[in-house]
Design a protein around this ligand. Structure first.
Ligand code: SF4
Ligand code: SF4
Length: 221
């Protein structure tokens, strides 16, 4: 199996875009043998995102869960295929918040996707795919299979846009342009965002989604 075969394999399983990156400098030390990351991008339904006005919809919450489930399933199948070929692989769950590190997963999908050159981090702290904008969900597989890596994106292309800053009901988005290495808290207040969702959208997915900054971003509309 090579990088081309891997991309075709995942596209046939329903992945919209696949990219590869070298994560040697950012991977946790216990996973240091997994130098490469495979980024999986699934485009969300434009119709469902467009229906979000001033709060999430039940359909959006269901879609969000389905896409995460789909990503996890494709990552599992890809991990099995890689291991059958003699490579090591670790699938990082599509949506995960560690018990000892709130609002963070085991490895940042957005870091892998920007290193693969698939897009940048927006003022909203969302990953902004070059074509689909923030209307995506991401997955990541760490592997020791040598892959042809993309050219990293190291800065924002948001420019002077402030649409997400002005549309966030929690006023959680600071308005800074991202550059590589910036901490998320410099872009947005994850706790403020989560608190707003829990207080105002408890009736939809128990306050676990919002989607307004995804809907309003002009990229990928
Ligand atoms: S998800 Fe909603 S509350 Fe959170 S930053 Fe985006 S618009 Fe603001
Ligand atoms: S709405 Fe504008 S500022 Fe916010 S992420 Fe999208 S392009 Fe960037």
């Amino acid at each position: 199996m090579n990088g081309h075969d891997l991309k075709e394999f995942m596209k046939e399983l329903g992945i919209s875009h696949v990219g590869f990156s070298d994560v040697e400098k950012v991977v946790p030390s216990n996973w240091s043998r997994y130098h490469y990351a495979i980024s999986l991008v699934v485009q969300l339904s434009n119709g469902i995102i467009d229906d979000i006005i001033d709060e999430p919809t039940d359909t959006y919450f269901s879609h969000y869960r389905s896409v995460n489930y789909h990503l996890n399933e494709v990552m599992l199948k890809t991990t099995i295929a890689l291991q059958n070929c003699g490579f090591g692989a670790i699938p990082i769950p599509a949506s995960q918040s560690l018990h000892n590190k709130s609002y963070y997963g085991a490895f940042p999908h957005k870091t892998a996707a920007t290193l693969a050159g698939l897009g940048w981090i927006g003022k909203s702290a969302l990953f902004i795919h070059h074509q689909y904008g923030p209307r995506v969900r991401l997955g990541t597989i760490l592997t020791d299979m040598e892959l042809p890596v993309g050219t990293p994106v190291t800065e924002s292309s948001c420019g002077n846009c402030k649409i997400c800053v002005n549309s966030c009901p929690a006023m959680a988005i600071q308005g800074q342009n991202w550059i590589q290495g910036m901490e998320r808290k410099e872009l947005y207040d994850a706790h403020g965002c989560s608190t707003h969702m829990k207080e105002h959208y408890q009736h939809i997915g128990r306050g676990s989604v919002c989607g307004i900054c995804i809907k309003t971003c002009p990229v990928g509309r």
